[in-house]
Design a protein around this ligand. Sequence first.
Ligand code: FES
Length: 131
Amino acid sequence: MEIKEIEVDGVGYVQAVDVKTLGGKCSRAFDINLGERGACSGFFVREKDMTLRAYKNSCPHTGAPLNWTPDQFLTKEGLYIQCSIHGAMFKTQNGECFAGPCGGKFLKALSFVEQSGMAYVALLDIEKNPP
Ligand code: FES
């Protein structure tokens, strides 16, 4: 399947995942693989006020994936990101770890745009991560 790429203000973006139906306090994973050009596993979080955020799916503690189940990155109340391995807690607003073994470290935020309910991640953030 061809992966859609778009350009916004001179910056290239790659189609990640449909976020049209992503409600507040929910998360959704995506995987982009452009072969030799790079790859990125990440997730989107829709905050309580419907602000959308995107982070790389890699815990700053060990580099492990954070999620509990495929699309579940958040605590039960949906207010914080929590790593499923050792329970580190992160703020959704900026990815800062405020509790757990990687306190003070940050998730890697990803640049993205949303167009007609589809989220696109910046090519630059993907190309920095060769497969
Ligand atoms: S791997 Fe995430 S808290 Fe240890």
